[in-house]
Write a protein that binds this ligand. Structure first.
Ligand code: PHE
Length: 477
């Protein structure tokens, strides 16, 4: 592949990967999951998982992308052929691309809510409104298919435009402008929250580590969140990794991505909880934390309308830089596989994804009841889509870890990682054994109630499973 398909600067991959990683996962999901799961204990488990499962898989995924220099689907085809492993391993590419496609379809709808709230804030329509009115206005938004579709359309169209302009003119230029701006806005929001909110309460909520507070379900959610927030297991990082300069250090970059992503999630958490506690509200509000609880806080704070608007701009921008990383893997595949021009590939991808997004938009209103998904699975169509990605993500991560750990040769990995043999061995142990075990464990959360005293046995079995899967199916003959 020509050098036109390499990022312009050595550091651009870092910028792009951080752009992908930082998104609704940091600003919306992380705070509400932390709130629901008792604060510090959740954060402790989350940070541990990032370190021992997240970073190794992040390295593995980037490695696979850079070693193939192709879109995830074509890249996995190439690697399985050149490494003499069964072609079933190509499913890594297919699953990743499908997950990216499905996630983008609902990510765009939810990001659209932030569009609505930025408007509400800046226009001052929530100033002085009481809690009941604000939560009623959220319900009214969800009840309107027209509004949801409108915002979804705007959001996904803008994402498509950026990617359609190409990896240099579109993605790189967009990121170079958006990322610093977003960081600045986050700083402004944080300083404001520390001034008008209850910083002490927020800090003690986030940093009091009491593991007894954490349910088994909380452990699992923390692991799932560490995947989602690092954009792992769905080809986004692989696609960006394919454009990564061969000089940039994989290990250092991966650690930086994870650090920046975590610091930003914590900054958002401190800001949001300082505002929420400062207004005497509750932390455990679930998904409504950002769209109901926070607007209630902004409504009564000095300068809250403006700062609230600025905050939702931050959410929109962060979601946008993540959304473009979801368009890229599929669009790049259409270009490589069918020789489409980039604009055409992106238009096709985004249009199909937009159509699937309607399923999510309608799930909150006209399809909230009575569709076949409720009848068969007892979930709304949106919940079914989310459920599917919750399976695809960990399975993708598991396979990526095994593939990178066993199928790639030692020399090839050492060359890519450009690190000491000692670090390489640590990484190899983590991707061969620890990460697959951890991921399989996340995956098993769909099987309710594994008795507490069975846990060690289950973990041991999973380790043995990872070992056999790697040895038997992946070691090159
Ligand atoms: N990491 C993004 C977030 O935290 C979500 C995402 C997942 C983006 C997967 C790309 C791929 O919001």
């Amino acid at each position: 592949m020509s050098s036109r398909n390499i990022w312009t600067h050595k550091g651009t991959f870092l910028l792009a990967a951080v752009g992908s990683a930082v998104g609704l996962g940091n600003l919306w999901r992380f705070p509400y999951l932390t709130g629901e799961n008792g604060g510090g204990a959740f954060i402790l488990v989350y940070a541990m998982t990032i370190a021992i499962v997240g970073i190794p898989i992040l390295i593995a995924e980037t490695l696979i992308g850079r070693a193939s220099r192709k879109s995830p689907i074509m890249g996995m085809k190439y690697l399985t052929e050149t490494h003499g492993v069964h072609k079933a391993w190509r499913s890594i590419g297919w699953m990743g691309a499908s997950a990216a496609f499905i996630i983008l379809s609902f990510y765009s709808v939810i990001a659209g809510w932030a569009l609505h709230y930025a408007g509400l804030m800046f226009s001052g329509s929530l100033v002085g409104a009481d809690a009941t009115a604000i939560s009623a206005s959220f319900d009214a938004l969800l009840a309107s298919p027209a509004l949801l579709v409108l915002y979804h359309t705007i959001f996904i169209a803008v994402s498509g435009l950026i990617v359609g302009m190409g990896i240099h003119k579109g993605i790189e230029s967009g990121l170079r402008f958006m990322m610093p701006a977003l960081f600045l806005i986050l700083l402004v929001v944080l300083v404001y929250a520390l001034m008008v909110g209850d910083a002490g309460a927020a800090l003690s909520f986030l940093f009091t580590f009491n593991l007894q507070d954490l349910s088994l379900e909380g452990w699992l959610q923390a692991m799932g969140q560490s995947f989602f927030t690092l954009s792992l297991g769905m080809g986004a990082i692989m696609a960006y990794g394919a454009y990564m300069s061969s000089e940039a250090s994989l290990t250092r970059t991966a650690i930086s991505i994870a650090l920046v992503d975590t610091v930003i999630a914590l900054m958002a958490g401190v800001a949001i909880f300082a505002l929420v506690f400062g207004s005497g509200l509750e932390a455990g509000q679930g998904p409504g934390l950002m769209f109901v609880t926070l607007p209630i806080a902004f409504a009564e704070l000095p300068g809250g309308a403006f700062l609230g608007g600025v905050f939702f701009l931050l959410v929109i921008g962060a979601a946008l830089t993540s959304a473009i990383s979801l368009v890229e893997p599929v669009a790049a595949w259409l270009v490589e596989r069918f020789g489409f021009s980039r604009p055409k590939a992106v238009a096709l991808m985004v249009t199909c994804c937009w159509a699937l997004g309607l399923v999510t938009a309608f799930s909150f209103n006209i399809w909230a009841e009575g569709t076949f998904t409720q009848r068969w699975f007892n979930r709304s169509p949106f919940d079914v889509l989310e459920f599917i990605t919750n399976i695809l993500m960990p399975v993708g991560g598991l396979l990526i870890a095994l593939f990178a750990g066993w199928a790639l040769s030692r020399d090839e990995v050492l060359r890519e990682m450009a690190t000491h043999a000692g670090w390489f061995r640590v990484w190899q142990f983590l991707v061969r054994f620890v990460a697959p075990t951890g991921v399989a464990f996340v995956f098993l959360r769909t099987i309710p109630q594994i008795e507490g005293n069975l846990l060690p046995a289950v973990l041991a079995l999973l380790m043995i499973g990872a070992f056999s899967a790697g040895r038997v199916f992946l070691v090159r003959s």
